[in-house]
Design a protein. Structure first.
Length: 173
């Protein structure tokens, strides 16, 4: 009923065949989500279900061994075959009482990074870790503007040194 009312609100200008197609796509995604969740939960903890930028359903899972944390996103358009579609890798730094972002891997502009970042902040809050840090390396310089925008959107302070092509990010709760 929720999805039906959601579709009705957004789709007042769609033809009945377009609405029917949207419902069929949603049903397929939900079926795939159920199947993917069974497979993902065999290896990782499922920490959420979310929607991407283009309103596709994704499963958010995590691996956390107390030293490092990996947050992964899998879309529900395809079958899970043991590999994630996007991930954020981080380490716990006890000496700083912080989480340090090591790497973010996956396609840009899908909304997956925001999904992972929101879950990383939740993990930090649940574990009473007040700071998330990271570095911007020279290898990131070809997309530094996109990184600055992304981190600032998520309330990070961003410092960039154009001469060394490096930078630092910090988020404080």
């Amino acid at each position: 009923m929720y999805f039906q009312s959601l579709l009705m609100k957004e789709d007042l200008n769609k033809s009945p065949s377009e609405v029917k197609q949207d419902l069929e796509e949603l049903q397929f995604q939900l079926y795939r989500m159920q199947d993917n969740m069974k497979e993902i939960s065999k290896k990782h903890q499922i920490i959420g279900i979310d929607q991407s930028k283009d309103e596709k359903w994704v499963i958010v899972s995590a691996f956390d061994d107390g030293n490092q944390c990996q947050i992964m996103v899998n879309d529900c358009d395809s079958a899970y075959r043991g590999k994630w579609d996007f991930s954020l890798h981080a380490q716990y730094k006890d000496e700083d009482n912080a989480i340090h972002i090591g790497d973010i891997k996956g396609p840009a502009n899908q909304g997956y990074g925001s999904i992972c970042m929101n879950h990383l902040k939740e993990i930090a809050r649940e574990q009473n870790i007040p700071v998330i840090k990271g570095d911007i390396a020279q290898r990131d310089w070809d997309h530094v503007d996109r990184l600055v925008y992304f981190y600032e959107k998520h309330d990070f302070e961003v410092e960039i040194d154009p001469q060394t092509k490096s930078g630092e990010i910090i988020w404080k709760d």
